[in-house]
Design a protein around this ligand. Structure first.
Ligand SMILES: *Cc1c(COP(=O)(O)O)cnc(C)c1O
Length: 241
């Protein structure tokens, strides 16, 4: 694409590397293996050429919060092994499209939605596709306006989701309440990690709680210290939206 030495490309590459260095430092501080923590570059409201610049810099994982916008952008971005994850609310009537576009859905917050995704992935065709990895979104701060299941409902929903064909529940996701400092978010991250361990302890068949999607631009280092396996970073990478 003739993008060599393009200033925009260099800027995005520098930002990706800077975030990765901060992630590695957080892993060192907390005794975690850096290979267990991945950066999901949140590309919502960012133009496709900026995403392509991140791909050119070697980045592969992108997060979008709207199905249509993601579909349009995917058509403009190319690269081997590029993965798109849905991190925003999903309406049931877009479940089929989402199930065909995304490699992981972080925002499953009801049994009805999980059943819809399951049905999309499991019916037609003789050889079923590999199950779609999904995360359960938990409203960890019990905020009335926020998506996600209440923590006390999460174990029962996990059990029901694990029994569905076509999807594979892999862990939990949360957007904690806005806090004045990043450190103030720590108890919420800790609570999500504890909830995952509690669900894991119930020995539900076909269920793994290996993934914790938590931490954004202002608090991803704290989230890593508390066990995040995916941090979702937008503005600190691509600039303000
Ligand atoms: C926008 C968004 C992010 C990224 O937020 P930044 O503060 O820009 O890093 C992360 N997670 C979700 C669910 C989002 O909608």
């Amino acid at each position: 694409m003739g993008m060599t030495d393009h200033p925009e490309r260099n800027k995005v590459a520098d930002a990706v590397h800077a975030i990765q260095e901060r992630m590695q430092a957080a892993c060192r501080r907390s005794g975690r293996d850096p290979a267990q923590v991945r950066l999901l570059a949140v590309s919502k409201q960012q133009p496709a050429d900026r995403v392509q610049a991140a791909v050119a810099a070697g980045h592969r994982f992108f997060g979008e919060n709207r199905v249509q916008e993601a579909r349009d952008k995917m058509a403009l971005v190319s690269g081997d092994g590029v993965q798109w994850h849905l991190i925003g609310p999903l309406q049931r009537n877009k479940a089929r499209l989402a199930a065909s576009l995304f490699q992981m859905i972080h925002s499953v917050d009801s049994l009805a939605l999980a059943q819809q995704l399951s049905a999309c992935r499991s019916v037609d065709g003789a050889t079923p596709p590999s199950p779609l990895p999904v995360l359960m979104q938990v409203n960890i701060g019990l905020e009335p306006q926020k998506q996600g299941v209440a923590p006390e409902e999460a174990p029962a929903l996990a059990r029901a989701m694990a029994a569905l064909p076509g999807i594979a529940l892999r862990g939990l996701m949360a957007i904690p309440p806005q806090t004045a400092t990043a450190a103030a978010a720590r108890p919420y991250f800790r609570a999500l990690a504890a909830l995952a361990r509690k669900i894991e302890g119930q020995n539900i068949p076909d269920l793994s709680m290996q993934e914790l999607s938590m931490g954004m631009s202002h608090d991803f280092e704290i989230a890593i210290e508390e066990g995040a396996t995916w941090v979702r970073v937008g503005s600190a990478l691509f600039g303000e939206r």
